[in-house]
Design a protein around this ligand. Structure first.
Ligand SMILES: [Zn+2]
Length: 536
């Protein structure tokens, strides 16, 4: 009997698989793709490098920054001007915002070979090889590509924004994008050595920083040991590495290698009824999420409280200690006593608080993403997250050091939303499906009757005196946040909008959202609820 059952099950499985495959074949040509790239950051173990090597790394980046700046200066210089090139007048920045690479090379680089007859280098308008005589052609190209990338992304942003954006300011250390080569070619090579216990991955960088000064053709390659862990191995296969950037983070005083990995997944489409998942971010609990569908009813498995009590307690304890030390520091400064030790302690604690909060955030985002992936099976899902319009107002009576709290808070919300957006993007969620809406009044308003005659008890219960509705206060907030997205779509002249356009409060990005077509499924809300939206 069992065998027969097994056979039956197997048959069913194969049938299912066949159906699935058929569906896939049918749906693949239609589904648009969601594309993006992920940056995998690996720390460079500078403690394993000699002081000379560290100095060389610093000098390479400093020189690259100068070259990139020079390239940008030239691009900006020719923004409005035209150049005679191959018998035609051409502009350096084309009408589509792209930079003409060969024209830029024509303006800046010569082939270093002297022509046989004259034995003189042909001259160009801006001779980079004169300015940087030790730099190789490959290095120029990589710097040029970075400068072009900076300029083109600025132009692209300019096109979608209605404000006039100022030219991008370069950071003190802007790295160029190193291109991995095979064999002896390319400026960077990757070596994987599983037996090396200290650094399994080694970046070998070829540079010409001072080789010509010393009369050598090439320097020995600069070896950069990376803190490559199993966690990185999961995310990044070594064969996938094509480019690398060496980034210095001044706050941590650490060097990092950034590897980019592109992904493209089919865009999430659904024919299920529409629903909005509201997310309320908070202090005591990290996040509360609730699904609001067209029936207006919520079942228990459509609510998720995300909190890690242990970690929250640690955060709370740290905040308390920081505030007490801060007080002690203030009095010491007033009296005029030495306070260096306290300062050091304080910065250590703050660093720890930051890292723990970041951990907690990552944990919460992962949980929320898991919940959203469950819910997307049932509904045509949109996500609405409350973003504080001005977080300062809410923190006047903070228990701990106020400025720290404000800083941390702003940072938390922003980081949480960006992380969530990115993770969902990787799962095929188009950016318009995740909207940061204004959080104002969502904690004070009743989510059933919109009355503001409400109280919030100390146990986190929310009571409405108009309709006697009673529920968890955070849940009420999350429901209100979900509603805000729906009402904003259904009633175009709503209150919480910027310039009457549904706007993402985090990015200020309302150009994509302006196309209400994206929100078509939400517009169908009325059809599904057969006109009964009194709960809105
Ligand atoms: Zn009410």
């Amino acid at each position: 009997m069992k065998e027969k059952e097994n056979e039956k099950q197997e048959e069913q499985k194969t049938d299912n698989n066949k159906e699935r495959k058929n569906e896939e074949v049918k749906s693949t040509p239609k589904a648009p793709l969601v594309e993006g790239y992920e940056t995998i950051r690996i720390r460079i173990k500078t403690e394993l490098m000699s002081a000379e090597e560290c100095e060389r790394l610093r000098r390479i980046t400093a020189r690259d920054t100068r070259i990139i700046k020079d390239y940008l200066r030239i691009i900006y210089h020719y923004e409005e001007r035209k150049v005679h090139y191959k018998g035609k007048l051409k502009s350096l920045i084309q009408s589509n915002g792209k930079v003409n690479k060969s024209l830029l090379d024509y303006l800046t680089l010569t082939t270093s070979k002297k022509s046989a007859e004259t034995k003189v280098r042909s001259s160009v308008a801006h001779d980079f090889k004169k300015r940087y005589p030790h730099c190789s052609h490959d290095e120029f190209q990589e710097c040029r590509n970075k400068a072009i990338w900076i300029c083109e992304s600025w132009k692209a942003q300019q096109r979608t924004s209605n404000k006039k954006l100022s030219r991008p300011q370069l950071k003190e250390k802007t790295p160029r994008q190193l291109i991995k080569g095979s064999g002896s070619r390319g400026t960077v090579q990757v070596h994987y050595d599983p037996d090396n216990t200290e650094a399994k991955l080694l970046l070998k960088l070829r540079d010409t920083l001072d080789s010509k000064q010393c009369g050598k053709r090439n320097n020995p390659k600069l070896k950069l040991p990376l803190a490559y862990s199993p966690h990185h191995a999961k995310k990044l296969k070594i064969d996938e590495i094509k480019t690398a950037e060496l980034v210095y983070k001044s706050r941590e005083q650490q060097w990092w290698a950034h590897f980019k990995k592109s992904f493209s997944v089919p865009s999430y489409q659904s024919t299920n009824p529409p629903a909005v998942l509201g997310v309320d971010l908070g202090i005591k609990k990290t996040a509360v999420a609730v699904v609001l569908n067209h029936t207006g009813k919520v079942t228990m498995d459509e609510i998720r409280f995300i909190v890690n009590k242990e970690r929250q307690a640690t955060i709370f304890r740290l905040e308390k200690r920081i505030s007490s030390i801060q007080e002690a520091l203030d009095t010491r400064i007033k009296v005029g006593h030495p306070h260096n030790q306290l300062n050091v302690k304080l910065s250590q604690l703050r660093k720890r608080l930051r890292s723990i909060t970041e951990q907690e955030l990552g944990f919460a985002v992962n949980q929320l993403v898991e919940f959203i992936l469950q819910m997307k099976q049932r509904y045509n899902l949109f996500v609405s997250i409350g973003y504080p319009k001005d977080i300062r107002n809410g923190n006047k009576h903070g228990r701990v050091n106020r400025s720290l709290r404000i800083q941390l808070h702003k940072w938390c919300y922003r980081l949480f939303i960006t992380k969530l957006k990115f993770k969902l993007h990787q799962q095929g969620f188009d950016s318009y499906r995740v909207v940061a809406v204004c959080e104002e009044y969502t904690s004070k308003t009743c989510s059933r009757c919109f009355s503001t005659k409400t109280t919030r008890s100390s146990q986190g219960r929310f009571v409405c005196h108009q309709c006697n509705y009673e529920l968890n206060a955070d849940l009420n907030g999350a429901r209100n946040i979900a509603k805000r997205l729906i009402t904003n779509v259904l009633y175009p002249n709503g209150k919480f909008k910027k310039n009457n356009i549904l706007c993402d409060y985090l990015s200020g990005d309302f150009h994509k959202l302006k196309e209400y077509g994206n929100f078509y499924p939400l517009g169908q809300w009325l059809k599904y609820s057969s006109g009964n939206i009194s709960f809105l």
